[in-house]
Write a new protein. Sequence first.
Length: 477
Amino acid sequence: MRQFNFLLPLSPLLLSVASLLLLSSCSEDKKDIAGGTYFGGEIVNPKTHKVTLFKDNVLIDSVALDANNRFLYQFGEDFEPGLYRFSHGENQIAFLEKGDSLLFRVNTMQFDESISYSGYGSEKNNLMIDLFLMYESENENLRDYYQQGPLEFEQTLDSLKRVRMAKWERFTERNNPSPAFAKVANAAMVYDNFERKESYPFSHYGKDKIGFIRSLPDDFYSYRSKVDINDEDLYTSYSTQRFLNRYFDHLAFLRYGDTAPYNSNSYIHNAHEMEIIDSLVTAPLIKDRLLSRATRIVMANNNNSEEVDQIYALFTQYAVNEKLRADMKRRYDNYNVTAAGKPIPDQLLIDAEGRINTLTSNINATTVLYFWSYDNQQHMDDSHRKIAELRSKYPEIDFIGINTDDDFERWKKVVEQHHFPASKEFQFKETRKALRALSIYVPHKIIILDKNAHILNSHANLYNVHFESDLLAYLNM
């Protein structure tokens, strides 16, 4: 059992549970000694003052951190076993059963990589995070594997599966997992490969994707008949969500692949996908989340207001969850406010000297707004590198970076350490309000404005092959 230090001053409730964990063995037959079901932990380098807990995408509670950045939550009599999602800047999942007293430690500087669990229920959750990190590690080399022929690719996936199964066998030798956890763990071990098979034709070289799909062996997707796409017990699992996303992407493409290239951001793709979801998915939780995903993709990538109107109409026709419907209505309204031709909704900004000003007061020429967070270092580095290149090529265009984090001092330090041009870097004063008002739901969001702060394009993509030609067209308007 991996442990971490809970011997520093604790609240009375946390101290009592920690003492039980330290004095007791971690065997499943004794876990009722804690007298309840608990979930707690310690956050190193906390980003907020709380941890938020969800079950089936429904908020359970927000738990405040104490003075030592620790928290503990005790479930009530209505506790439901299964997968829970917890959030503190980033998200992860935990599997909890009645009588568990699960504690974790995480450093937000390396959220997923640093998570370790202790206490009753720790063994199964350490296995889950190991499988999650295994998936991340494997993907670093998977690009080359996608270029293999179908039989060789299947052999590669089989070898990855054998490593997982060996890990599972070692786990079951030391533990007696419940049927519920065995179901979740086995899904995680096989759904990752199912997702990769769904992605295979679109990551394989060659432009004729529909032809390549038709050339695959007849049994290449035979596993589909054995998958229950309506199993809500598994949906919180990242492996399940990734598989379902790719599965419905694949089915959608089959409907239009003879007439248009694969584009998972397009209206035609997501309209077909929503129709398929409505016809195949009967579980309300899964159906509405998949419908929401497809709608959000179109809203985040499309400047055609008629197509956005149509995709939103499909969502309202098919989705039943009132909370999701209300959230999508807000997004739809914000989309219309930030449509091309509209003045950009003004927001308060903070400059590197701590002075507060407005977004529109900084617009004096054709301007590209890009957004970044120091928590997404890859995007931060890539976007600034690309913007530096564009600045040198188009000096008549302003490029303004806006940070979406809340810690001013840390943002200022990052700007200084990376030698970003401070006069062109700002931070939102009211981040959450600004992100909603400007419909910023994805990190690669780009907004292009004219010299009067009117929107030319609110869904540009810095890495699109047409981005620079679009910039030139805006300059010549």
